[in-house]
Write a protein that binds this ligand. Structure first.
Ligand SMILES: Nc1ncnc2c1ncn2[C@@H]1O[C@H](COP(=O)(O)OP(=O)(O)O)[C@@H](O)[C@H]1O
Ligand SMILES: [Mg+2]
Length: 255
């Protein structure tokens, strides 16, 4: 028997206005279990705003959001949603926390306040550091790490709550190409082996990994593309970014 599975996120006709400025207009999209999707659009296009509304951090002017089939106001299982905010890894070099401290923070939301860390908590922390290949760094101060290492630590923190979906807002800023490719390989593994849904947000069309199954573009309005390779070469891209970005991307394909 086929069992109906509600999408993780079901967003309908979302509007967000600040005073008279339209930030998002009539945005509808669904994000399904085990997908690997990208949300792209120019700076200021409303990507972060959209994500903040999905996480209940901002309230839309109008529209509906359902998470795992529940209206957002009734949804409580936030540990199922892993979130790495934009610039999360831009910590001060004197930030007084080790890698282990940071990853443990990802676990605290599920524990009673001031409750002690259980064996299960320890296991999740250990496993997520292993998955993101930062276990050997656990006693290092986070401020001393490279951009690529910090990026992996922030994701390990999000993984510590055993989320079903991982939302990464511009995770690739300040990270070199070698780290980037390694990072994509880790994300691919999370998606393929652990079935974690990945939402990869970026303004940079040059960093879209081949793994992406679907693509949303956001520039006040949203469009959906089920064949990312197609949209990256079509006119909609120049509409979204202007002619220069389009040419830049064409150029990339000539290599
Ligand atoms: N709470 C808010 N109040 C005023 N302006 C906002 C607010 N949230 C977002 N904006 C504006 O919305 C637009 C979209 O911003 P943002 O979502 O950060 O875009 P992106 O993440 O795609 O770069 C920007 O013009 C930003 O200044
Ligand atoms: Mg943003």
């Amino acid at each position: 028997m086929m069992k109906f599975k509600a999408p993780i996120f079901d967003i309908k006709n979302l509007d967000f206005r600040v005073k008279s400025q339209k930030i998002l207009s009539n945005v509808s999209l669904e994000i399904f279990q085990s997908e690997y999707i990208a949300i792209i659009g120019p700076n200021g296009g409303g990507k972060t705003t959209l994500i903040r509304m999905l996480l209940g951090l901002d309230k839309p002017t109008s529209g509906d959001i359902r998470i795992f089939g529940k209206k957002i106001k009734n949804f409580k299982e936030w540990h199922k949603i892993g979130y790495v905010p934009q610039r999360a890894s831009h910590v001060d070099s004197s930030f007084p926390a080790t890698v282990l401290d940071i990853v443990k923070m990802g676990r605290t939301s599920q524990r009673p306040l001031f409750g002690s860390f259980s064996d299960e908590d320890e296991k999740h922390v250990h496993d997520s550091m292993t998955k993101m290949d930062v276990l050997h760094l656990q006693d290092k101060m986070v401020g001393t790490l490279s951009g690529g290492q910090r990026q992996r630590v922030m994701i390990a923190r999000a993984l510590a709550s055993s989320p079903e979906i991982l939302i990464l807002d511009e995770p690739n800023t300040g990270v070199d190409m070698v780290s980037q490719n390694r990072f994509y390989a880790l994300l691919r593994k999370l998606n393929k082996d652990d079935g974690i849904t990945i939402v990869f947000i970026t303004h940079d069309i040059g960093v879209i990994a081949d793994d992406i199954g679907r693509l949303f573009t956001i520039n006040e309005k949203a469009t959906i593309c089920n064949n990312p390779k197609q949209i990256l070469s079509c006119d909609e891209m120049s509409e979204l970014y202007g002619r220069e970005a389009h040419l830049l991307h064409m150029h990339k394909h000539e290599h």
